[in-house]
Write a protein that binds this ligand. Structure first.
Ligand code: A5A
Ligand code: MG
Ligand code: ZN
Length: 481
C-alpha cells in the first residue's frame, strides 16, 4: 500500500508553479488549455470547490445586511469615463466591444473590469432620501482585465470568473468608516473559515484603488514566499458620488452627497486555500469547502464482498443524513489506487470498511492532513466524524498561521530588508517616515514592494531606513505576485 508522509511540502516549496499547475490538472480543478491567454475552464470538481468557498462569503454578506444584485457586463464608454482617476487606473486594462454584428456601435461598450461605473449611475436613480440609506449590495460575476503581467490560472486572470464585489452608500463619513471596519471583519471571518492566514495593510497613497480615498488589502504568502493579495476594502469617500450625482435629502431637507465603500475578492482566494494547505501529494482541503468531506472505501476480501459493500453503503447514507458530504467509491479499482486518487483531491477524511472493521463493528478513519489512522465505533460514527472534521479544520488553520508568522521578520535598514527578502523570503516590517519618496526608494533599493502600514497593527517607532528621520510608522515589504 502507498505510504505517504502527508505533511511534506518540499516539492511544493521548491517549485510552486509546477506544483500548482500539477494540482489543477491532477485534482480536476481546471483545464488550462483554453486557447485564449488568461482564460481557463473550470472542471466539475473545481467548480464545486469554488461554489462552496463563495457560499461562505454569501452567508457572511447576507448576515451583514447585504443583498445580492446582478448588473450588466457592458458599460457605455461615457459612463465608464466619468470618474477621471478611475479611468486613469483602468484604461489600459479594458476590453472594448466596438461592433454589434456588422454595425459599428455609436457608443463603445466596456467589458466591466469592476462595476463602480455601472452600479453607481443606478444608485443615483435609487437614492432619494436618507431613508433609502444605507445601501449594501454585492454581486458575484465575471470581469475582464487586460492584465499585462504574466497571467496565471486563478491568480492573474484576464477573465476573472468569480469576482465578488460589494458596494455600499451611506449618509455620513462615520458610517462609511464603520462599514470599512465591518468589511475587514467579514473578510477576516471568511479567511479564518478557510484557514488562510493574512496581514491587513493600508496601501500606500500612491497605490490606492483608482478613485478611492484609501485602500486596505489582505495579503497571504505563497509557498515561494511571495505575497498574494487576496482581497481589498476601499473607502471611496464622495469621489464617485460627486461624479455620478449620488445625492440624498437629509432629515432637515438639505441635499448631500453619499459616502461610499466597496470591497472585493476573486477566485484568487481559492488558489490561496490550495497553496497554504496543500502538500507534495496534492490538495488538502479544509472541511468547510471540500466538495467531498468523507470518502468511504470498501476493502473487499474474498468471500466478504457483499457485507463490506453493504456496510460501506450504510455508512455513507448515515453520514449524508447527518449533513456530512460523504461519497462511496465503489469503482472496480484496487483500494490503494482509490486512496491516492482522493488524497490528491484533498478529501479530508477517508473511511475504510474492511472485514476486520465489520467484525469489530467499526470503521477505520484516515486523516488526509496528517495520515493518522484511528478506529471509529459504528455507534459513534456521526459524532466522531463531525468531531474529526472540526479537529482537522482547527489544525489546518493553526498550522498555516504558524508557518505564516515565522515568515514575518523585523528589519531596521535597507540592507537587511533586502537580505531577508532575497535569502529567507517572506514579509519584512521596517520603520518608515511616511514620505512617498522614501517609500519608492525603499522599493527600488530592496526589489520588494510595500504592502502598506499594518491596519490596527504594530506601529514600530524608529528611524526611517531611507532618510534617517524619525519614523512614526512602519511598513511591510515583500516580493509580491
Ligand atoms: N472594486 C474593487 C473592490 C476592486 O476592484 N478591487 S481590486 O481591484 O483590488 O480587486 C479585488 C480583488 O480581486 C484583488 O484584491 C484580487 O485579489 C482580485 N483580483 C484583481 N484582479 C485580478 C485578476 N486579474 N485575477 C484574479 N484576481 C484578481
Ligand atoms: Mg514596485
Ligand atoms: Zn524617510
Amino acid at each position: 500500500m502507498l505510504q505517504v508522509n502527508n505533511v511534506k511540502r518540499e516539492r511544493l516549496k521548491s517549485d510552486f508553479g509546477e506544483w500548482f499547475s500539477g494540482v489543477l490538472r491532477n485534482a480536476d480543478i481546471m483545464d488550462t488549455r483554453y486557447p485564449v491567454k488568461g482564460l481557463y475552464v473550470w472542471l466539475p470538481y473545481g467548480l464545486k470547490l469554488r461554489n462552496s468557498v463563495f457560499a461562505i462569503m454569501r452567508g457572511l454578506l447576507e448576515g451583514g445586511g447585504h443583498q445580492e444584485v446582478q448588473f450588466p457586463q457592458l458599460i457605455p464608454e461615457d459612463l465608464f469615463k466619468k470618474e477621471a482617476e478611475h479611468i486613469r487606473g483602468f484604461e489600459g486594462e479594458v476590453y472594448w466591444v466596438t461592433h454589434g454584428g456588422h454595425d459599428k456601435l455609436d457608443v463603445k461598450l466596456a467589458l466591466r473590469p469592476t462595476s463602480e461605473t455601472s452600479i453607481y449611475p443606478m444608485f443615483a436613480l435609487w437614492i432619494r432620501s436618507h431613508a433609502d440609506l444605507p445601501i449594501r449590495v454585492y454581486q458575484i460575476v465575471n470581469i475582464f482585465r487586460y492584465e499585462t503581467k504574466m497571467t496565471k490560472p486563478m491568480i492573474r486572470l484576464r477573465e476573472v470568473t468569480t469576482f465578488k464585489e460589494a458596494h455600499t452608500a451611506h449618509a455620513t463619513p462615520e458610517e462609511a468608516e464603520a462599514q470599512v471596519r465591518e468589511a475587514v471583519n467579514t473578510y477576516k471571518r471568511f479567511f479564518d473559515e478557510l484557514g488562510v492566514p493574512y496581514v491587513v495593510t493600508r496601501r500606500p497613497e500612491w497605490d490606492t484603488f483608482a478613485g478611492a480615498r484609501y485602500s486596505l488589502a489582505f495579503d497571504t504568502l505563497a509557498p515561494d514566499c511571495k505575497t498574494l493579495q487576496i482581497g481589498t476594502v476601499h473607502n471611496l469617500g464622495q469621489n464617485f458620488a460627486k461624479v455620478y450625482d449620488l445625492k440624498f435629502e437629509t432629515p432637515k431637507g438639505k441635499h448631500e452627497y453619499v459616502y461610499q465603500t466597496c470591497y472585493g475578492v476573486s477566485e484568487r482566494v481559492i488558489a490561496a486555500v490550495m497553496m497554504v494547505h496543500g502538500d507534495d501529494v496534492g490538495l488538502c482541503l479544509p472541511p468547510a469547502v471540500a466538495p467531498i468531506q468523507v470518502i468511504v472505501v470498501p476493502i473487499p476480501f474474498k468471500a466478504k464482498e457483499a457485507p463490506v459493500q453493504q456496510v460501506a453503503t450504510a455508512v455513507v447514507n448515515e453520514l449524508a443524513v447527518a449533513g456530512v458530504r460523504a461519497h462511496l467509491d465503489d469503482r472496480d479499482l484496487r483500494p490503494g489506487r482509490k486512496f491516492y486518487y482522493w488524497e490528491r483531491r484533498g478529501v479530508p477524511i477517508r473511511l475504510e470498511v474492511g472485514p476486520e472493521d465489520i467484525e469489530k463493528n467499526q470503521v477505520t478513519a484516515v486523516r488526509r492532513d496528517t495520515g493518522e489512522k484511528q478506529a471509529i465505533a459504528r455507534q459513534a460514527l456521526r459524532t466522531n466524524v463531525k468531531q474529526l472534521l472540526d479537529e482537522i479544520s482547527g489544525d489546518l488553520r493553526e498550522r498555516a498561521w504558524k508557518s505564516f508568522k515565522e515568515l514575518i521578520h523585523e528589519a531596521d535598514d535597507v540592507k537587511s530588508v533586502k537580505q531577508v527578502i532575497e535569502e529567507r523570503g517572506g514579509i519584512v516590517r521596517v520603520p518608515w517616515c511616511g514620505k512617498e519618496a522614501c517609500g519608492r526608494t525603499l522599493e527600488d533599493q530592496t526589489g520588494g514592494d510595500i504592502l502598506g502600514e499594518e491596519f490596527e497593527g504594530k506601529r514600530a517607532a524608529g528611524i526611517c531606513s531611507i532618510c534617517s528621520k524619525r519614523a512614526s510608522t512602519s511598513v511591510l515589504v515583500a516580493k509580491t505576485y
